[in-house]
Design a binder for this molecule. Structure first.
Ligand SMILES: Cc1cc2nc3c(=O)[nH]c(=O)nc-3n(C[C@H](O)[C@H](O)[C@H](O)COP(=O)(O)O)c2cc1C
Length: 265
């Protein structure tokens, strides 16, 4: 597109677009594809198949992750691809130990339920990826990280989410394993001191993607209604005006559509 004064010329169609009225949104089918990706993404633990992820598919997934936003554009992430059984086994051993310790932190029925949950797919998935954050990637002073130091970690989490969504669109399942001793994980993967392991992920094609989060289906916790999490002006504060009323009605409708399977695949 070429810009000239107040108008934009679309060179392909040779039409003039007035920027004040042009619509930058995607068309309905494109939007639907995005929302379908978001609402049908799942954390996968037990449905991995052994089918390898081809290089071109993995390339798109990793590149999507790398194009995430990052504070001061510091791109603090590395993606460590773990294919070897030996490394996987060592991480799995870390999981087993932490998982036993975690069980003791819950009480009564919750502990019994916790023990029945499958919370990783380290050995079953053909590929594990550790996404790390190097807080020193671009030096000590970073635009946007001057006052809230954790912004580099938040940036890395944006990369994780990009990867998770791109993988879903490719039909590849992702499971996040966080029940691990962080120090020991760092040693296992030989991370330098300044580098934090942010996400340990299991990736692979799957026999199925469940409709709902497994923790929801297991009765561990329910999905919160939108009305519980959207506030006005202050934390936990409601508003009582036509905009707020219309917004809440729309969100209720949207959430019902999702729960009724509007984006089920
Ligand atoms: C930061 C983070 C850590 C997580 N750690 C684990 C984990 O250790 N084991 C596991 O089974 N799921 C883990 N999950 C997945 C969540 O349990 C899951 O996202 C949540 O139950 C909602 O389900 P869904 O992702 O299928 O929508 C983690 C998710 C996030 C975002």
């Amino acid at each position: 597109m070429e810009t000239c004064d107040q108008t934009i010329l679309n060179a392909e169609t040779d039409t003039v677009i007035d920027p004040s009225t042009s619509d930058h949104s995607f068309n309905e089918a494109e939007r639907d594809a995005l929302y379908q990706t978001i609402f049908s993404r799942r954390d996968v633990r037990g449905q991995f198949t052994s089918k390898p992820i081809p290089e071109d598919v993995l390339s798109r997934i990793l590149t999507a992750a790398h194009y995430a936003p990052s504070v001061g554009f510091m791109q603090p992430w590395n993606f460590i691809l773990i294919r070897g059984e030996e490394t996987k086994q060592r991480v799995h051993n870390l999981f087993k130990k932490a998982h036993d310790e975690a069980a003791d932190m819950f009480e009564g029925e919750k502990r019994d339920t916790y023990k029945t949950l499958k919370l990783e797919g380290i050995m079953e998935s053909p590929l594990n990826i550790c996404i790390t954050c190097d807080k020193d990637r671009t030096g000590p002073v970073v635009i946007g990280r001057t006052h809230i130091k954790a912004m580099d970690l938040y940036s890395t989490v944006c990369a994780v989410q990009n990867l998770w969504l791109a993988a879903r669109a490719e039909g590849v399942g992702v499971g996040w394993v966080s029940i691990l001793d962080q120090k020991k994980l760092k040693q296992t993967l030989k991370l330098p001191k300044r580098v934090t392991p942010v996400a340990y992920l299991c990736l692979g094609y799957v026999s199925e993607f469940f409709d709902k989060p497994e923790l929801q289906s297991a009765g561990w916790l329910p999905r919160l209604p939108m009305g519980d999490v959207v506030n006005f002006e202050e934390y936990d504060k409601d508003a009582n005006d036509p905009f707020a009323t219309n917004l809440f009605e729309a969100m209720k409708r949207d959430q019902k559509n999702i729960e009724d399977g509007r984006y089920r695949r």
